[in-house]
Design a protein around this ligand. Structure first.
Ligand SMILES: Cc1cc2nc3c(=O)[nH]c(=O)nc-3n(C[C@H](O)[C@H](O)[C@H](O)COP(=O)(O)OP(=O)(O)OC[C@H]3O[C@@H](n4cnc5c(N)ncnc54)[C@H](O)[C@@H]3O)c2cc1C
Length: 436
């Protein structure tokens, strides 16, 4: 443990010296992200041949926090860093890494995840979007759904069926799909939060060069599992990356902005070593209870303590994973457990927040004007934080694999319980019964 701490301090010192030399608020975001991305500090969990430093996730979180505490803009936001970069770093060739991962860590391109379909969510390997080779290009036809951040994506992590005669997990290919083409049409879906974070995506004779296949034709299930594992681990409790949250890519309209105008306030970033999710989860809820005089209610106090304990468990699990990795081991199922813990955390946040604000929690401002009017009427400037969080709380238990699916995985792959019956492992996909 002591050795880990010493190593940790030395890499943070190295980072601070690098920031002293390189952070310049007058750079554009594109220029700053180019420096940060090529230095390896943007996404330190990536391997060294993929613009990273091969660090553990919890050390990488400390890197993110240190950048914020220094007052510099952190890594680009979005799904490129979280999902596409680690997948391509694991399954791509060096040439593909130098093309796609470089564009991601330097913020040049934003990505979305073209996985789910109307008939394939939990049963992702049941997807029917097909890709057929035509010379040097794949022609793609089908529909994707729930595509988060598709509006600002330059590239898509596309999985498509390339061999319908193989068993369903064996005929899938993972491809990097250019979203700027006529064959890709997006239709936004408005959620109950009032935002349209995700979209339907229609692929009609969309084209993907054969050179954009990651991990081999018909071998996409392995790459898909890497994407999903990173999604679970990255989104699980304690997984706050400390990135900037700013939109990268050519559509986001951020690249030519002055970096200093988007830099975090170092004082606010110093939060006693907790990531943004943890801050939102515990101390903000404590502040809310205190400001509304509810911190003397014993049942609310009890839930505040539960929230605090769940946050600490998330952090400690992160430390356990780090310690296991340092000794060359893994903790089976930890990514699934973390994601389940995050679902519990958002549900507790939702329920506790709504109990603290009381009847006002039935009101939500969908626009800045409505929010301002509600704040004035209720005298509670944190109402939108509570109601917005409550409306969004349904999402984390679903995305990245639902709670039930996480439990199935733990049951089958960790506890060794019997798998679901069926001959889908050997039957050609084309002969399997399909959803209507
Ligand atoms: C906010 C949000 C963002 C998302 N972003 C993206 C994105 O960017 N890209 C993308 O590709 N997808 C995205 N998704 C889709 C997400 O991955 C799917 O919604 C999820 O995998 C579930 O699939 P489904 O909606 O088709 O539900 P279904 O698979 O139809 O499941 C319906 C219900 O049945 C249960 N169920 C299904 N199968 C089993 C089983 N074998 N055992 C037990 N219970 C089962 C499920 O747990 C669920 O409760 C997003 C979803 C949300 C909510």
């Amino acid at each position: 443990m002591a050795v880990t701490e010493q190593t940790s301090e030395s890499f943070l010192d190295e980072l601070r010296s690098w920031l002293e030399e390189n952070w310049d608020p007058d750079l554009t975001l594109a220029e700053w992200w180019e420096r940060l991305g090529l230095s390896g500090w943007c996404s330190p969990t990536l391997p060294t041949n993929a613009y990273g430093k091969g660090m553990s996730r919890s050390d990488a979180n400390r890197v993110g926090r240190t950048i914020a505490e220094f007052g510099a803009v952190g890594a680009p936001g979005g799904l490129g860093l979280l999902l596409a970069a680690p997948t391509i770093a694991t399954h791509g060739t060096q040439e593909q890494i130098d093309l796609y991962v470089r564009e991601i860590v330097t913020g040049q391109k934003a990505w979305c995840q073209l996985f789910s379909e109307p008939g394939a969510g939990s049963d992702l390997a049941g997807l029917t979007t097909k890709a057929e080779l035509d010379g040097e290009e794949w022609i793609v036809n089908g529909q994707k759904v729930w595509t988060s951040l598709g509006q600002t994506a330059d590239m898509g992590m596309l999985i498509a069926r390339t061999n319908p005669d193989a068993p369903k997990h064996q005929g899938i290919t993972w491809m990097s799909c250019d979203m700027h083409q006529d064959g890709v049409e997006l239709r936004p879906l408005i959620e109950m939060t009032g935002h349209a974070m995700f979209n339907e995506v229609f692929l009609t004779d969309a084209r993907v060069p054969d050179s954009a296949v990651i991990g081999g034709v018909n071998n996409g299930w392995a790459a898909t599992n890497t994407t999903l594992a990173n999604e679970r681990a990255g989104l699980g409790a304690g997984g706050g990356s400390g990135g900037s949250g700013l939109t990268p890519g050519t559509i986001g309209d951020m690249l030519d902005k002055r970096a200093g105008d988007w830099a975090p306030d170092p004082a606010k970033a110093k939060t006693g070593g907790q990531g943004p999710r943890q801050r939102a989860g515990s101390s903000m809820m404590e502040d809310l209870a205190r400001s509304m005089g509810k911190n003397t209610d014993p049942t609310i106090r009890q839930d505040l303590v539960r929230l605090h304990i769940m946050n600490r468990l998330g952090q400690m699990n992160g430390e356990r994973v780090k310690a296991a990795k340092l000794s060359g081991k893994d903790i089976p199922g930890m990514a699934n457990i973390s994601k389940l813990a995050m679902s519990d955390l958002v549900r507790l946040n939702r329920d506790l927040g709504l109990r603290i604000v009381g009847a006002a929690g039935t009101l939500h401002g969908y626009t800045a004007e409505q929010t301002a009017a509600l704040n004035e009427a209720t005298g509670n400037p944190m109402l939108a934080f509570v109601t917005g969080g409550a409306l969004y709380a349904q999402a984390p238990p679903i995305y990245g694999g639902t709670d039930q699916i996480q439990k199935n995985i733990i049951g089958e792959r960790v506890l060794g319980l019997p798998k679901e019956p069926g001959d889908f492992k050997t039957t050609p996909f084309s002969e399997l019964p399909k959803n209507a």
